[in-house]
Ligand binder design. Structure first.
Ligand code: NAP
Length: 332
């Protein structure tokens, strides 16, 4: 058995049957020749997966590295191996004067995980800069490339969560960073900065995230546990009868986004704990392992939050974090 405590940021004391590493793209042929196609879990930095109990399959760990940069008068074109750390890439692009990723500083995880949930923060979604995604097609046993258009990007969503779910190992992400990109500073607290440069935005985002979010190296966690829900105007109106004001942001004429943290906070979950898993006091959207937590505690807390939010607001929260049980993914 292989211990998983250090391979996922929640840090539960669980293990997996075995583990193989992808060090080169060619490794994928031999790995998928040997691994039973239903019996594996693809893992990068383990910042969006929680191993709730011992996993009975093989962990396939992404260690693909390498960054290729081409520059012309209009843009930077980057081809980045999927096992690179996302935040290190943000730092690197800033260091060479390629801008656009600064709003996405400190988002944990690998570059390969970024397109899967179309990571986004402070008004920027990564799809804006993705020209194509290269992947190994597991059922077909060959490499393939998807153009931006064919990735079906949406809010925290892409084809890799649907038709290609568990069928693709992303090997490279190709980005285009235009030299004329404008700084995005419309979201609070960036909107308080006076004519910010990309570096100003980068430092502010880091400051805010460090202030609000617990460091997983100190307190095990997987960042925002639930997605921010998009709801209809009717649901918003019903909530406003009992709570006023209700923070919300317009998504379309008929829908708004309500911060999940606000919903959870209204129900008094801050600080609530089951079996060593606690709803964080500063940011209730983050559930933390206080050191001796386990999967049972996490499920109890997450299920109670989901149920209470539904009972009170008629909003179905969806977990952003992947929950892995003995035989693979499980739902709340
Ligand atoms: P926050 O800044 O308190 O925002 C909470 C929610 O309000 C988010 O859904 C955010 O939209 C929305 N919002 C805030 N200002 C907005 C504006 N001016 N216009 C439209 N919508 C607005 O959230 P937080 O939890 O502290 O997270 C900070 C940022 O990191 C947020 O942008 C959040 O979405 C992002 N984040 C991303 C991931 C990920 O990619 N997996 C994980 C955690 C947090 P958006 O969702 O569109 O940003």
């Amino acid at each position: 058995m292989v211990p998983l405590k250090k391979l996922h940021t929640f840090g539960f004391e669980t293990s997996a049957r075995d583990l193989v590493e992808i060090n080169t793209e060619a490794d994928l042929f031999s790995i998928f020749d040997c691994v039973n196609t239903t019996d594996y879990y693809l893992l990068g930095e383990g910042s969006n997966s929680v191993f709730l109990e011992d996993y009975s399959g093989t962990i396939i760990l992404n260690k693909l590295t390498g960054i290729d940069v081409q520059e012309n008068s209009d843009e930077f074109n980057l081809s980045v191996a999927s096992g690179e750390s996302w935040h290190s890439l943000v730092e690197y692009t800033l260091s060479i004067g390629a801008f656009g990723f600064e709003n996405l500083a400190l988002i944990p995880g690998t570059v390969g995980a970024a397109p899967i949930q179309n990571i986004g923060a402070y008004g920027v979604e990564i799809e804006k800069f993705i020209s194509s995604v290269e992947y190994y097609d597991i059922p077909k046993g060959c490499f393939n490339v998807l153009s931006h258009l064919n990735c079906a990007f949406a809010y925290r969503d892409s084809i890799f969560k649907h038709r290609l779910f568990n069928k693709a190992v992303i090997t490279k992400v190709n980005f285009t960073l235009p030299k004329k990109n404008t700084v995005e500073s419309s979201y609070a607290p960036l909107n308080q900065l006076d004519k910010p440069t990309p570096h100003d935005v980068f430092h502010k985002v880091i400051e805010v995230r460090r202030e609000k979010l617990p460091n997983p190296k100190v307190l095990g966690n997987a960042g925002s546990f639930f997605k921010n829900p998009v709801v209809t105007n009717e649901i918003l109106k019903k909530i406003e009868k009992h709570y006023n004001p209700v923070p919300h942001f317009r998504v379309s004429k008929t829908t708004v986004k309500i911060p999940a943290a606000w919903l959870i906070d209204q129900l008094g979950f801050k600080g609530k704990m089951y079996l060593g898993v606690k709803c964080h006091e500063r940011q209730p959207l983050v559930l933390v392992n206080i050191g001796n937590g386990n999967g049972e505690g996490l499920l109890m807390l997450a299920r109670e939050i989901k149920q209470d939010v539904y009972n009170t607001f008629a909003i179905e929260l969806e977990n952003e974090v992947r929950l892995v049980g003995n035989r693979g993914l499980i739902s709340l």
